[in-house]
Design a binder for this molecule. Structure first.
Ligand SMILES: NC(=O)c1ccc[n+]([C@@H]2O[C@H](COP(=O)([O-])OP(=O)(O)OC[C@H]3O[C@@H](n4cnc5c(N)ncnc54)[C@H](O)[C@@H]3O)[C@@H](O)[C@H]2O)c1
Length: 437
C-alpha cells in the first residue's frame, strides 16, 4: 500500500492529523469544523496571542463561538502552536494565511511563501497540502509544487497538493460553514480525490474541478463578479445623484424582477480582505500575459472614487448651511468595512476619515464592533452614541450598516445626516434631515 493509500484510509477513519496554518477569519472556523468532525487538529500561527487564546479555549472571531473552541480544546481535538516542527506530524495541511497587496498594489505572496518554506522543511510522503488562501491562477502549480518537490518528494506519488478556495462570509447567519459547497482542484486526479475526501467530512457538497488553476480561478471569478457589480451599483448611484433620483428606490424596484436581475448595493467604497484585493490578483496575472483586465480596471477605478465622493457630499451638505469642513464636528457611524463585523481591513471609512481630517474636520466615531482605529498615525477611540455626541455633531455620516445601532434615535437627535448605506430606510419620522448616497 502506498503512503497516499494510507493517507486515504486515515482520512476515512478520521485519524488523519489535520494542520491549519493561519488561524484568522478563515483558518479558525476551518480548524473548529475539522475538530467537530472528529479529526485531531493543530493550528499554526505566528501570532502568539491567537495561539494562546485557542489554547485557553477562547474565540477571537465573531462567527466562531467560544463554546465550540473550548469544547474542541477540552476534547483534546484542537490545539494551537507557534512551533512549525509540529507540521511533520500533520497528514493534511491547510494553508490559510493572508494574501494582501503590496504598497505598489501587486500580489503579496510573502505569507504563503513563508508558510510553504516551513512545510517544505518538514515535508514527508503521505501528506496532503491544500492551499486555501485566495491567489492568482497558477500559484499552487508554479510556487508550491516546485518548492515541495525540491525536498525530493514527487507530487501525486509521494504527496498530494490541491487548491480549495474559501467562501466564508463573516457575519452571514444564513449559511453554516458545512452548507456552503466546497470547490476542490488537485494537481493530479489522485490529489483531487484525496482533498475531496477530506472536505466531504465537513461540507455537505464538494465540487471537484480539473486542476488547481481552475479552482484558483473559480474564487477570483466569484469575487471579481462582486467587485464589478458593486462598481456598477456605485456608478448608478453617481448617475442618480446627477439625475436627482434616489438610487435605493431604483435598485429596490429593479430587484422586484423575478429573473435576470441580481441586487447589488452602492456604498462608500469597497472594503475587507477580499473584494478590493482579489480582482487585482487576477489583473496582475493577466498583465503578465499581456491581457488587460478591462472590467476589473474600470470597477477598481469607480469603486476607488467612492470615498472621495462621500467626502465631497459631506462638504456640500455642510456648505448649504455655511459650515466649513475645517473645524466641523463630524461623527462617523461605523468604521468596519461591512455590517456586524469588527474588521476594518481596507475599510473605506479609513480613507474618508483621513480625507476629512486633512480638510480640518474634527472627527469622532461610533462603532459597536471597533473600539479604536488608527488613521495616519492618529488614534481615534470609539465614542458612545450619547445624546450629547449626537447633538454636538454638525453632520453624522453613516458608513456601515450595523444592526445594533438605533437609527431612529440618530435621526431624531442629529441635525444633518449623510447615509451612504440606506441604514435609515426603516426610520419613519425626521427623514427630511437625511441625505442619501
Ligand atoms: N476573511 C474572509 O472573509 C475570507 C473569505 C474567503 C477567503 N479569504 C482568504 O483567506 C486567506 C486568509 O484570510 P483571513 O481573512 O483568514 O486572514 P487573517 O488575517 O484573518 O488570518 C490570517 C492568519 O495567518 C497568520 N499568518 C500570517 N502568516 C503566517 C505564517 N507564515 N504562518 C502562520 N500563520 C501566519 C496571521 O497571523 C493571521 O492570524 C486570504 O487569502 C483571504 O483572501 C478570506
Amino acid at each position: 500500500m502506498s503512503r497516499l493509500d494510507e493517507l486515504q484510509q486515515r482520512i476515512e477513519s478520521r485519524d488523519a492529523q489535520v494542520g491549519v496554518i493561519g488561524l484568522g477569519y478563515v483558518g479558525l472556523p476551518l480548524a473548529v469544523e475539522f475538530a467537530g468532525a472528529g479529526f485531531p487538529v493543530v493550528g499554526f500561527d505566528l501570532d502568539r496571542q491567537k495561539v494562546e487564546a485557542v489554547g485557553r479555549g477562547e474565540s477571537y472571531i465573531e462567527d466562531v463561538s467560544a463554546d465550540a473552541v473550548a469544547g474542541a480544546v477540552e476534547a483534546g481535538r484542537l490545539a494551537a502552536t507557534t512551533d512549525f516542527d509540529q507540521l511533520s506530524r500533520c497528514d493534511v495541511i491547510n494553508v490559510c494565511v493572508p494574501t494582501p497587496l503590496t504598497k505598489s498594489k501587486d500580489p503579496d505572496v510573502s505569507h504563503m511563501a513563508r508558510a510553504l518554506e516551513e512545510i517544505t522543511k518538514r515535508a514527508r510522503s503521505g501528506q496532503l497540502v491544500v492551499v486555501g488562501s485566495t491567489t492568482y491562477p497558477g500559484t499552487t502549480h508554479e510556487l508550491f509544487v516546485p518548492m515541495l518537490e525540491s525536498s525530493g518528494l514527487r507530487v501525486g506519488e509521494d504527496l498530494a497538493v490541491a487548491f480549495s478556495p474559501e467562501r466564508i462570509d463573516p457575519a452571514n447567519q444564513n449559511f453554516q460553514v458545512r452548507e456552503i459547497p466546497k470547490v476542490v482542484g488537485g494537481e493530479t486526479p489522485r490529489c483531487t480525490a484525496l482533498a475531496c475526501s477530506v472536505f466531504e467530512a465537513i461540507f455537505d457538497t464538494v465540487v471537484p474541478v480539473s486542476s488547481t488553476q481552475s479552482a484558483e480561478m473559480v474564487k477570483l471569478l466569484e469575487n471579481t463578479f462582486r467587485a464589478i457589480n458593486i462598481g456598477l451599483a456605485n456608478e448608478v448611484a453617481l448617475m442618480c445623484d446627477r439625475l436627482g433620483l434616489d438610487v435605493w428606490e431604483v435598485i429596490d424596484a429593479a430587484a422586484t424582477k423575478p429573473y435576470g436581475f441580481m441586487k447589488f448595493q452602492p456604498g462608500p467604497g469597497l472594503g475587507g480582505h477580499c473584494i478590493p484585493v482579489d480582482p487585482t490578483y487576477l489583473a496582475w496575472k493577466m498583465k503578465s500575459l499581456n491581457f488587460p483586465a478591462r472590467f476589473i480596471e474600470l470597477a477598481t477605478e469607480i469603486n476607488g472614487q467612492m470615498p472621495e465622493h462621500v467626502v465631497d457630499k459631506v462638504a456640500a451638505i455642510l456648505n448649504e448651511d455655511r459650515i466649513a469642513v475645517n473645524g466641523a464636528q463630524v461623527l462617523i457611524l461605523g468604521v468596519a468595512y461591512k455590517a456586524d463585523v469588527g474588521d476594518i481591513r481596507e475599510s473605506p471609512a479609513l480613507d474618508i476619515v483621513r480625507m476629512l481630517a486633512q480638510r480640518g474636520a474634527e472627527i469622532s466615531y461610533h462603532d459597536p464592533h471597533v473600539p479604536e482605529v488608527v488613521v495616519e498615525g492618529v488614534s481615534y477611540k470609539g465614542t458612545d452614541l450619547s445624546d450629547d455626541v449626537l447633538d454636538g455633531a454638525d453632520v453624522v455620516v453613516i458608513l456601515t450598516d450595523h444592526e445594533d445601532v438605533d437609527y431612529a434615535r440618530v435621526v431624531t437627535r442629529a441635525g444633518r445626516i449623510f447615509d451612504t448605506r440606506n441604514s435609515t430606510r426603516r426610520v419613519a419620522e425626521g427623514t427630511e434631515k437625511v441625505r442619501k448616497l
